[in-house]
Design a protein around this ligand. Sequence first.
Ligand code: SF4
Ligand code: SF4
Length: 81
Amino acid sequence: MKKKLLLFIGILIITLTLLAITKSTIFVESKLCVGCGDCVVVCPVDAIQIIDGKAVIDADVCIDCEICIRSCTYDAIRKNK
Ligand code: SF4
Ligand code: SF4
């Protein structure tokens, strides 16, 4: 049981590290953003701030998890393909 937990944690760390070294392609379509802050709350690495009423993503912090995309009911967060 303990081995499985350690394996899971190891895989999680490796996955997050690989995601972190990949440049973020997530961005906010500012004309669609209403500054509700829903994305700020869900971001696991605090990569999003509301500045002048709009969400701004720090690409150096973002790990591309895409959680914010699903949280935005205004469809204001996109990902470059
Ligand atoms: S959830 Fe969408 S509308 Fe709300 S602050 Fe974030 S990007 Fe803007
Ligand atoms: S993709 Fe994930 S890490 Fe990046 S800003 Fe959105 S919620 Fe935060």
